[in-house]
Design a protein around this ligand. Structure first.
Ligand code: C2E
Ligand code: MG
Ligand code: MG
Ligand code: MG
Length: 283
């Protein structure tokens, strides 16, 4: 009897582990070892001056090079890294690597160039202030070269604590940007209180300009809002010259998107920095 019950339980358990759940479990297990196995790499996407096309900075985008699967995009592993808490260590690694690059590339970087790192809500719940301090201190990176991208939804969870954290981060000399702006619960009250430097207009609006009138209006209003609050503003996901022209005419000073360059590995990005560097004439 008990044997049959056991078998029943066994039969009940296996079919419930569908392929998706099994794959996820395998991924979680692999993700636990990915840092130690050195499987993460950073890619870099240029941010440019809308009018001149000159590079103003770059966004750091995390990639996971898994032996069996190749390059895994963040959408497939960051949610798991967040649920398991692994993102805290992964995020600290990203911060430190970004700081290392800033030091390594210092001679090639244009004035005002910043490297922007995305943060996760889990990092904000932890000791992000200390993680940033540690990354800057161990690498000797200039904090003015580092920007942190946060999203509205991350900040709205515990707003007062978030404001305190942002104040401490800002005091370290790094800049703060509000990523995917317009897609979260934007409270204008908090927007005024957040010690941020820059809004990043979400791709979902940018991709519909100039043709969609409401998206065009939202983009123009966001630029005006940033201006009147004394914030910088950048548009993400710019893919066409029509979009770029619209943004330029709307007074958006900075752009990022495939039109100006896709994210590329460090060596390719270093080459890009070299190719854009003003050449010193020899004769
Ligand atoms: P995000 O921070 O909003 O990054 C922009 C995403 O849009 C990137 O996707 C980028 O490759 C993509 N993108 C850039 N230009 C264009 C364009 O012109 N058209 C289109 N269709 N897409 C464009 P990616 O690299 O797959 O990253 C997705 C998200 O993963 C990021 O969104 C960010 O939220 C997260 N992420 C990436 N790296 C990290 C990281 O180091 N830490 C954390 N916590 N999150 C990260
Ligand atoms: Mg971002
Ligand atoms: Mg974004
Ligand atoms: Mg986005």
């Amino acid at each position: 009897q008990s044997k049959r019950a056991g078998r029943n339980r066994y039969r009940f358990f296996l079919p419930s582990m569908n392929e998706g759940a099994l794959e996820r479990l395998g991924m979680e297990e692999n993700l636990r070892h990915a840092l130690a196995r050195d499987e993460f790499e950073l890619h870099f996407q240029p941010k440019v001056d809308t009018a001149s096309g000159a590079m103003t900075g770059a966004e750091v985008l995390l990639r996971w090079r898994q032996p069996e699967r190749g390059l895994v995009p963040p959408a497939e592993f960051i949610p798991i890294a967040e649920e398991t808490g692994l993102i805290v260590d992964i995020g600290a690694w990203v911060l430190e690597q970004a700081c290392r690059r800033v030091v390594e590339w210092e001679d090639r970087l244009p004035a005002g160039f910043r490297l922007a790192v995305n943060l996760s809500v889990r990092q904000l719940q932890g000791d992000i202030d200390e993680a940033v301090r540690h990354a800057l201190a161990t690498t000797g990176a200039d904090p003015a070269r580092i920007e942190l991208e946060l999203t509205e939804s991350m900040l709205m969870e515990d707003t007062e604590r978030a404001i305190g954290l942002m104040d401490r981060l800002s005091a370290q000399g790094v800049q703060l940007a509000l990523d995917d702006f317009g897609t979260g619960y934007s409270s204008l009250y908090y927007l005024r209180r957040f010690p941020i430097h820059r809004l990043k207009i979400d791709r979902s609006f940018v991709s519909e300009v100039p043709n969609d009138r409401s998206c065009a209006a939202i983009v123009q209003a966001t630029i005006a809002l940033a201006r009147s609050l004394g914030l910088e503003v950048i548009a993400e996901g710019v893919e066409t010259t029509d979009q770029r022209d619209f943004l330029r005419d709307a007074g958006c000073p900075e752009c990022q998107g495939y039109l100006f360059g896709a994210p590329v590995p460090g060596a390719a990005f270093a080459a890009l920095l070299d190719s854009r560097r003003p050449q010193t004439r020899t004769s």
